[in-house]
Design a protein around this ligand. Structure first.
Ligand code: MG
Length: 249
């Protein structure tokens, strides 16, 4: 079941499925080009340091329990929209390619063995991060939540093996991250169960399952793409905030 698919050129749903009506509420128009983000979460729950090679490059021990933080839902943009680099506040912004899990129905105190029943499907995500602000702040909120910091892929699919697909991040045509979701430290079924014991997951919420090693910076005019086997990619240009929005506060 692929529930939504938007084409950059003809801007039409490429495929429709019997369940599309129930999921229309996930869609919202995001810009004049009429490209539609395929998710509209009430919250984005992200997992930090969930791949060994990423924990090593961050000079951190992988946490025994999942490291959870929230990313503002207002950071979501469509797959081909521009990322606005907040150069008025940050000078180190990184890409983080991730498999996103979209929740199908309310999940509260879910057992690990039932966890997959709560998954609508998977989607490509770029967990854009102002790394300098993340290091400076105790909380991750600011560094993770600027508007445009969460490009989401054009389709959601439940036709992939969530825990065994290739994931790549490509910056200006060059592969920067290349791994497989089998390398996650805390697996998706456990994450759903674990999070659902802390906060109720609502229909449409997204879990970001962590990024593999190879994170790095984006700069003005870069094109950054997250590619996951079986899913269509995000493909976003980077523009500077000081050139596109007012600096005045
Ligand atoms: Mg991340």
């Amino acid at each position: 079941m692929i529930i939504s698919s938007y084409n950059e050129n003809n801007k039409k749903i490429r495929k429709t499925f019997e369940t599309i009506d129930s999921y229309n509420s996930f869609f919202r128009k995001v810009n004049k080009r009429d490209i539609v983000a395929s998710v509209s979460p009430s919250k984005i729950v992200a997992i930090g340091l969930n791949y060994h090679d990423h924990a090593i490059e961050m000079k951190k021990q992988p946490p025994k329990e999942p490291l959870i933080f929230l990313k503002a839902p207002s950071s979501v943009i469509g797959p081909f929209e521009n990322i606005i680099y907040p150069d008025y506040m940050s000078s180190k912004v990184d890409y983080e390619g991730e498999l996103g899990i979209v929740i199908k129905k309310e999940a509260k105190w879910v057992n690990k063995k039932d966890a997959y029943k709560y998954i609508l499907g998977a989607i490509c995500i770029n967990d854009i991060t102002a790394r300098d602000l993340q290091a400076q702040d105790i909380q991750f909120s600011r560094g993770k939540s600027f508007d445009t910091f969460c490009p989401v892929g054009p389709i959601i699919s439940d036709e992939i093996n969530y825990q065994d697909v290739r994931i790549k991040t490509i910056l200006n045509g060059k592969i920067q991250q290349e791994s497989n979701t089998s390398q996650m430290i805390h697996k998706i079924d456990f994450l759903i169960s674990y999070i659902s014991r802390i906060m109720t997951l609502n229909k449409g919420d997204i879990i970001l399952t962590g990024t593999p090693g190879g994170v790095g910076q984006i700069k003005e005019n870069d094109i950054v793409k997250v590619e996951i086997e079986g899913l269509e990619s995000t493909n976003n240009n980077v523009h500077l905030g000081t050139k596109t929005i007012s600096k005045e506060i």
